[in-house]
Design a protein around this ligand. Structure first.
Ligand code: ATP
Length: 503
């Protein structure tokens, strides 16, 4: 698993997807730059999301709110007081950790033991295996799962009641050691606010303390009435947004899984109070279906219903993805009640209510939100797509099986040789296709090596121009996944590519 993850990181760099930020100065921790191919993949994921959420829903519209917001926003939202993580230091190694993550990792190890027993039993009992029955009768497995649940429940209770001493006690009782040094010499647990602060304005006495937004959602809440009125929106309706968010994360060592500057794709759906649970279920299923539509394997997704709810939520679930380091949160679906709009009403003194023509009365809507990290989505897609294959002749190839709709480059056009007019025809094909698709030209190296390079970049098609093209205007088109080649006329290319890469 470690090797797989290392491979993902080095492939992302070697093929121009992701670079460490300011690398010539040795980088900046948990900050990354998207390179020439990465920026295309990222843009395509964003567009795929936008199309599914905004274009396909008559009652969802988009906005693009500023990153800077009035500082009172973050008082009202609860971020100034409650947007923090429990932090703990190891006294010997001087390393800093999230106390909840240390405990969750410990619980996950117990869970893995249970899963291993279950896997072994599946092999042993074959078709006769019934997981639910096995778990309820197998003492050992039940013991592991109970132990895991007890740990997580105690942690949730302690965090909820801000009993940080008990979080520390739990770490000590479990004998959790510093992953780096093995030392068990821990400091107290304390809360650490994740927002980045900055100042607006030049003069010292009039400058205003600001925060870089830690989530995009608040830009939507403060604009709720503006959008509702100018768009003549009727409840239920949604507002969608993609954009940067900033968090001073404590544990930031998982490549683009947890960054200090990242991008979110969020949608807040405003509903009638009392109907939120039905919409919560609807969006859980709809978002899962969206992820699965990419064809990366349904078994790589699972729901995780939260036991510990944030201060604003009455129900919450994650869609988890099977990352190279195991199942982790990819997207959150939260039923946020009327917490945010009510808080903004209180702090701003402005009404944020919907007037219902049918009942002739006003109310503060409830909100169901879907929130997915664009960078996490990138990591999910990229890590599952990257595969090493052994071919029939025993040779290996690296292929990035990106969903075609997301691929940075849709087709590469390759003249077989650099002479006899073949490059000119290749250029003509590009001139024609580039209006509709991202296409690339490559004439360097033998054609087999060029194919391999495009495989590693995730390009779904290679189009090769050869001497026969001069005679009958046909080319070969090679499919990335099957490596099959077809002879087609130049005029057919657009249709073939379009069928494969359109949303
Ligand atoms: P986590 O528990 O992993 O810290 P969270 O529950 O704080 O995440 P939310 O506040 O619900 O996350 O944010 C919604 C989504 O934004 C997450 O599902 C994730 O995809 C993304 N996200 C959150 N924090 C980061 C980060 N530091 N780097 C990259 N993506 C992030």
């Amino acid at each position: 698993q470690d090797d797989l993850f290392k491979n993902v990181i080095s492939h992302a760099k070697e093929y121009g997807f992701i670079f460490p930020s300011s690398e010539i100065y040795d980088g900046l921790s948990a900050v990354y730059d998207y390179a020439q191919n990465g920026v295309e993949l990222k843009k395509n994921i964003r567009e795929y999301w936008w199309k599914a959420m905004v274009q396909m829903h008559e009652n969802i519209v988009g906005i693009d709110a500023a990153i800077f917001m009035h500082p009172t926003t973050w008082k009202a939202s609860g971020h100034v007081d409650a947007f923090s993580d429990p932090l703990i230091d190891n006294k010997d190694s001087k390393k800093r950790y999230r106390a909840d993550v240390l405990i969750e990792d410990y619980a996950e190890k117990i869970n893995i033991k249970a899963q291993k027993e279950i896997e072994k039993a599946k092999v042993r009992f074959g078709d006769a295996f019934n997981e639910a029955e096995f778990v309820s009768t197998n003492e050992r497995v039940k013991g592991y799962l109970d132990q895991k649940n007890a740990i997580l429940q105690r942690m949730a209770r302690s965090l909820e009641s801000d009993n940080l001493a008990d979080v520390k006690a739990l770490i000590e009782e479990l004998g959790i050691a510093c992953p780096e040094s093995g030392s068990k010499n821990w400091t107290e647990v304390r809360q650490f606010n994740l927002m980045f602060a900055t100042k607006l304005g030049a003069s010292a006495d009039t400058a205003m303390d600001l925060y870089l937004r830690p989530e995009t959602a608040q830009g939507i809440f403060v604009n709720f009435l503006n959008v509702q009125k100018t768009g003549r929106m009727k409840i239920p309706f949604g507002i969608a947004q993609t954009g940067k968010a900033f968090r001073n994360e404590i544990v930031a060592r998982q490549f683009i899984f947890r960054m200090r500057e990242f991008e979110q794709m969020e949608m807040q759906f405003f509903v009638k109070p009392g109907e939120e649970m039905q919409w919560y279920e609807y969006w859980k299923q709809t978002r899962l279906a969206w992820h699965q539509s990419l064809g990366l394997g349904a078994e790589n997704y699972r729901f995780h219903d939260h036991e510990k709810l944030a201060h604003y939520a009455n129900a919450a679930a994650d869609i988890e993805f099977n990352f190279p380091f195991g199942f982790k949160e990819l997207e959150g679906i939260h039923s946020r009640t009327d917490f945010d709009l009510k808080a903004h009403e209180e702090y701003s003194g402005k009404k944020l209510q919907f007037f219902d023509n049918e009942t002739n009365s006003s109310y503060v809507p409830y909100v169901v939100e879907t929130s997915v990290g664009l960078d996490r989505m990138f990591l999910a897609v990229f890590s599952k797509a990257l595969q090493e294959e052994t071919l029939e002749d025993g040779s290996t190839r690296t292929v990035l099986r990106l969903p075609s709709v997301l691929a940075p480059t849709k087709a590469a056009v390759l003249p077989l040789v650099k002479k006899d007019g073949l490059p000119e025809i290749a250029r003509e094909i590009i001139e024609d296709l580039k209006w509709d698709f991202n296409v690339a030209y490559d004439e360097k190296d033998a054609v087999g090596r060029r194919y391999r390079r495009q495989d590693a970049l995730g390009t779904p098609f290679c189009i090769t121009v050869d001497h026969q093209t001069l005679e009958d205007k046909t080319v070969t088109i090679r499919h990335r996944d099957s490596m099959e080649q077809q002879r087609v006329t130049i005029s057919e290319l657009r249709g073939i590519i379009y069928n494969e890469v359109s949303m």
